[in-house]
Design a binder for this molecule. Structure first.
Ligand SMILES: *[C@@H]1O[C@H](CO)[C@@H](O)[C@H](O)[C@H]1NC(C)=O
Ligand SMILES: *[C@@H]1O[C@H](CO)[C@@H](O)[C@H](O)[C@H]1NC(C)=O
Length: 341
């Protein structure tokens, strides 16, 4: 018992040391990494066709729905017969007649876990809403494997159309001349595909910008940072493979060759809006971000791209990282440059 108590305090002291001093960031990330790995592997059955999303409860929303001067509300709507669930974030104290930009956001989680208001995904939406005084519509698309592709992209596109067309009272402050898209990880792929689909339907001019955070573009054969950084926070070789299998099932290999799944395979990036890419040197998917930058540059699309040193996957959700604040500053500058704030 005595030994146990000593051990308990030693571990406690170590954790405090690691978490209070910022220069120990790598150790912090390693510990979170280990915990996450432990939780993931202990609670998830990788072979199952449905997932018990137990480890989500380890990423609870610890804030109220009015935290940081922003009110979030969950609504259920429908567009063209497609039911969609959305979380709408608005700055508290927004004037009745005030009109502000609108960011439509697609959360990460490999299309199999997470939702707009868990710990990691709520923060970017809330923070961008607070910093830039805009409305954020975060899309709670249906998750795989219970819901197979293309349901996720269909709902994502429906959400975009809903924002443009609906007269819902939650949209009454939205300036339709200032709508832009964003996405984290696999959600960045959704945001990019929505942009391509909008281009196909002559609607791309309604999207004033596209922001992708640590994108997951399903380009396994095209890049190599997946091999180099196999164990980085929130993305693991196993997790990535498993998520792709959950989403596409037996069709995974053919899906990865389909530009309707993997937008990097499209032959043209012309007419896309200005793009902001945020990635991290410790993100296993970093090379996918750089590939996007290259493709955009080839077609003369304005692109703002930065790989933040030592930043990991999902780093915008890690409030305690210094790098996270710098990333928000970077996004804010991009939005200013393009007249979206
Ligand atoms: C590229 O994207 C456009 C939509 O913007 C789509 O019509 C076209 O089919 C895509 N290309 C391929 C090869 O799928
Ligand atoms: C990134 O991490 C390396 C060690 O892995 C460290 O030497 C370097 O100072 C870090 N850079 C920043 C900007 O934190």
């Amino acid at each position: 018992m005595f030994l146990f108590t000593i051990l308990f305090w030693l571990i406690g002291a170590l954790l405090i040391y690691l978490f209070v001093f910022d220069h120990k960031i790598h150790y912090r990330i390693k510990i979170i990494d280990l915990l996450y790995r432990f939780l993931l592997f202990k609670t998830v059955d990788f072979s199952s066709s449905t997932i018990e999303r137990k480890f989500e409860s380890h990423l609870p929303v610890i804030k109220s729905d009015t935290a940081n001067g922003v009110k979030s509300e969950k609504i259920q709507v429908e567009h063209d017969g497609v039911p969609i669930t959305l979380y709408v974030y608005k700055p508290l104290g927004l004037g009745e007649k005030e009109t502000v930009p609108c960011m439509i956001h697609y959360h990460g989680g490999g299309l199999i876990v997470f939702h707009p208001n868990n710990r990691v995904e709520d923060h970017p939406s809330r923070e961008i809403c607070r910093r830039t005084n805009c409305v954020v519509v975060s899309v709670d698309y249906s998750l795989a494997p219970e819901n197979k592709w293309p349901k996720q992209i269909d709902e994502s596109y429906a959400a975009f159309k809903w924002v443009l067309e609906s007269e819902h009272e939650m949209l009454k402050n939205v300036d339709l001349e200032k709508v832009y898209l964003s996405g984290s990880s696999a959600g960045a792929n959704l945001a990019t595909l929505v942009t391509f689909k909008a281009r196909e339907n002559n609607l791309v001019s309604a999207i004033k910008a596209l922001c992708v955070f640590y994108p997951w573009f399903y380009v396994h054969p095209l890049v190599d940072s997946r091999q180099k950084n196999e164990w980085t926070y929130m993305t693991y070789g196993n997790f990535v493979d498993w998520a792709e299998h959950c989403t596409f099932g037996d069709k995974r290999d053919s899906a990865m060759k389909d530009p309707k799944v993997c937008p990097m395979l499209n032959e043209s990036f012309k007419d896309l809006p200005p793009v902001c890419i945020v990635s991290g040197s410790r993100d296993m998917l970093k090379d996918e971000a750089l590939l996007f930058k290259k493709k955009l540059k080839n077609d003369n699309i304005p692109v703002t791209c930065k790989v933040f040193p030592n930043a990991t996957h999902e780093s915008l959700g890690l409030e305690w990282l210094k790098s996270t604040v710098l990333q928000f500053d970077y996004i804010e500058d991009f939005l200013k440059t393009h007249d979206l704030i």
